[in-house]
Design a protein around this ligand. Structure first.
Ligand SMILES: *[C@@H]1O[C@H](CO)[C@@H](O)[C@H](O)[C@H]1NC(C)=O
Ligand SMILES: *[C@@H]1O[C@H](CO)[C@@H](O)[C@H](O)[C@H]1NC(C)=O
Ligand SMILES: *[C@@H]1O[C@H](CO)[C@@H](O)[C@H](O)[C@H]1NC(C)=O
Ligand SMILES: *[C@@H]1O[C@H](CO)[C@@H](O)[C@H](O)[C@H]1NC(C)=O
Ligand SMILES: *[C@@H]1O[C@H](CO)[C@@H](O)[C@H](O)[C@H]1NC(C)=O
Ligand SMILES: *[C@@H]1O[C@H](CO)[C@@H](O)[C@H](O)[C@H]1NC(C)=O
Ligand SMILES: *[C@@H]1O[C@H](CO)[C@@H](O)[C@H](O)[C@H]1NC(C)=O
Ligand SMILES: *[C@@H]1O[C@H](CO)[C@@H](O)[C@H](O)[C@H]1NC(C)=O
Ligand SMILES: *[C@@H]1O[C@H](CO)[C@@H](O)[C@H](O)[C@H]1NC(C)=O
Ligand SMILES: *[C@@H]1O[C@H](CO)[C@@H](O)[C@H](O)[C@H]1NC(C)=O
Ligand SMILES: [Cu+2]
Length: 528
């Protein structure tokens, strides 16, 4: 009997090894010149690089990331606040999840702030970026991977490390401030100047910057982690002559699903397994930024050529040269075979509960001004963050300004967000903080799946109608916003509050957090 329980204990210990470590990172946020596509511009950069340094951790770790704000260039935002996109915070630590004026005040120049992330059982591909205004377009974005030493899908791949991360990004030659002013005046988001694959790209007329090379060995299976750190564009990723097998979406392991091409919305993450099973050679990795709704858009910017955002898959033994083959986007002679979101199945499917609330929401653009409306209202950041109001007693919708688009729910309920089909609308990748949701209906499909739908934290709201469900079991004020930051800036956001009383009981803000708002409010306006 005693032996048996000792064995059980041993097995339990083995299943949950006590590897939990505390990892500390320091990042200096600086203004520095950067030229990822050969065009030199001033950026807002973590440690002076784009993308910022890769951060990694293991499941179970506690990660402390200290940001030293050393920004001085007031032609771009100088205060900041960092969102760890894809990391779920619980109520105790909700104050550290980085949403400006929802869960914290930004921190200004010459100050530092430490975000503490207790990862618990979470794993997967995530990223970090400034959540202030359009600041992340200026470069403040990077990848954060949480490895799972017990990944149930490990048998499918041989390599998964720092060499197998693929980030795709859009890039502008002018500052976010200049592009925002232009957007505000014209209602047209300025087309990017280049697309970057792992921080490198080219523009028309620019220098032939060497593309990033992904080295592979014939016969080996690679887990590539695709992370869309874009601000605006959808990117279509494929590898010439190879297929990709999806095994993760937004931090949720999936049942393996083979595809030739993936479309990543901003904020979206996928892991794919690619087997190096072709002839030893060089092959293009394509990361084509595209607006499916208006393919002629490229003409708006003569320096932008979508086929210039690429990388090279180079087999050991292949010459040190660019591929010479035409773009095939998957195995030659096969149909495009674009991954359909509704076909994704979580590795461990969970049926969503029946909804307690069904909310029909619309998104619309205001007439004659640059404003996006969430269900008829343009979101405006309040002066006092939502979380502070709640800690001070706010409990129902009447405690918030209409322009805060704040929706309040009791604990442990299921909320269904229903974006009805709307032929006039364009694509909005909606992202929910603090929770993952079930995608009951994808925009591109009429199938309504309440049995084993995809689970993720960003999903397209297009013109076809999208239905999402989440449960309010994690008390907190959670941003729900379009991840096209131009739209977000123009008001396309809301806050979903789960259980205000639970927040008051469980949130444990630190003293450093308490000091953020007084410090921010004391800053001169140009530094806010
Ligand atoms: C960032 O730069 C600082 C200062 O040089 C250094 O101490 C730190 O280790 C760097 N962080 C990372 C993640 O490389
Ligand atoms: C930050 O420090 C620099 C140099 O030390 C100083 O010029 C600047 O005024 C400071 N800014 C703030 C907001 O304190
Ligand atoms: C945007 O334009 C409106 C006028 O249409 C102006 O009132 C507002 O200040 C502008 N906002 C910014 C940030 O430029
Ligand atoms: C990345 O996100 C942007 C913004 O939605 C989107 O336009 C682009 O297609 C996405 N990239 C990929 C590879 O999906
Ligand atoms: C969305 O707006 C419509 C029209 O104003 C309103 O009837 C509806 O109640 C709103 N939805 C929610 C969930 O508040
Ligand atoms: C929400 O939309 C559905 C149609 O999909 C409709 O049947 C229902 O009455 C609407 N609910 C509200 C509260 O407007
Ligand atoms: C928008 O502009 C048009 C044309 O200038 C004008 O007729 C219309 O009244 C304006 N609408 C609003 C809501 O301001
Ligand atoms: C709501 O916001 C508007 C516009 O910023 C402001 O004029 C008004 O005072 C606010 N109302 C409340 C109750 O905060
Ligand atoms: C919500 O669910 C959690 C976990 O099942 C439980 O501990 C808690 O008591 C529930 N709270 C309420 C208010 O239902
Ligand atoms: C959304 O779905 C509609 C209807 O199927 C389709 O026409 C449209 O292209 C889709 N939009 C996006 C961005 O996928
Ligand atoms: Cu949008």
């Amino acid at each position: 009997m005693q032996l048996l329980s000792a064995l059980v204990l041993l097995t339990l210990l083995k299943a949950h090894p006590t590897t939990a470590a505390v990892k500390e990172y320091t990042l200096d946020i600086v203004n520095a010149p950067i030229a990822p596509d050969g065009y030199n511009r001033m950026g807002i950069l973590a440690n002076g690089t784009f993308p910022g340094p890769l951060l990694t951790a293991n499941k179970g770790d506690t990660v402390k990331v200290t940001f030293n704000n050393k920004l001085t260039d007031e032609s771009m935002p100088v205060s900041t606040s960092i969102d760890f996109d894809g990391v779920l915070f619980n109520t105790a630590s909700v104050y550290n999840e980085g949403s400006p004026f929802v869960t914290q005040c930004p921190f200004g120049p010459n100050t530092s702030y430490t975000y503490t992330l207790r990862l618990g059982e979470q794993s997967g591909s995530a990223w970090y970026h400034s959540q202030v205004s359009l600041q992340y377009a200026d470069g403040l974005r990077g990848v954060f991977i949480i490895y799972d030493p017990e990944d149930p899908l490990k048998y499918l791949y041989d390599v998964d490390d720092e060499s197998t991360i693929w980030s795709v990004a859009d890039w502008w030659h002018s500052t976010s401030t200049a592009t925002l002013n232009s957007y505000n005046l014209t209602q047209v988001i300025p087309l990017q100047d280049s697309g970057l694959f792992n921080g490198v790209g080219r523009y028309v007329g620019g220098p032939e910057i060497p593309y990033v090379v992904q080295s592979v060995t014939k016969g080996t299976r690679y887990r590539f982690r695709l992370i869309n750190i874009s601000v605006r564009w959808q990117v279509f990723v494929s590898v010439d002559s190879h297929t990709m097998t999806v095994i993760e979406v937004d931090g949720t392991p999936t049942q393996p699903l083979e595809t030739n091409m993936l479309s990543l919305m901003p904020g979206a993450r996928y892991s794919v397994v690619v087997t190096a099973n072709q002839a030893v050679d060089n092959y293009w990795i394509n990361a084509i930024p595209m607006d499916p709704g208006s393919p002629n858009k490229y003409e708006e910017n003569p320096v932008f050529d979508p086929t210039l955002s690429r990388g090279i898959l180079r087999y050991a033994g292949a010459p040190d040269a660019e591929p010479t083959t035409p773009m095939t986007q998957g195995p030659e002679g096969t149909a495009a075979n674009l991954l359909q979101e509704h076909e994704l199945r979580p590795f461990i499917p969970t049926p969503p509960p029946e909804p307690d609330y069904i909310l029909n929401f619309t998104t619309s653009m205001a007439i004659n001004e640059t404003a996006w409306l969430f269900n008829g209202t343009q979101y405006e950041s309040p002066k006092v963050p939502t979380l502070i109001k709640i800690l001070d007693g706010a409990s129902d919708a009447a405690d918030f300004n209409k322009s805060e688009n704040t929706f309040i729910f009791p604990r442990n309920k299921t909320v269904e967000i229903n974006f009805l089909p709307d032929p006039t609308d364009e694509l909005h990748p909606f992202h929910l903080h603090g929770n993952r949701f079930w995608v009951i209906k994808s925009n591109e499909s009429d199938i309504v799946n309440t049995v084993n739908p995809p689970i993720r934290d960003v999903a397209a709201k297009g013109n076809g109608g999208t239905i999402l469900r989440f449960t309010t079991d994690n008390p907190g004020p959670w941003f729900f916003h379009c991840h096209i930051f131009w739209h977000f800036w123009a008001g396309l956001g809301a806050v979903m509050v789960s259980d205000p009383e639970g927040i008051r009981q469980q949130a444990k803000p630190s003293e450093a957090w308490d000091e953020l708002c007084p410090a921010y409010n004391a800053l001169p306006v140009v530094e806010q």
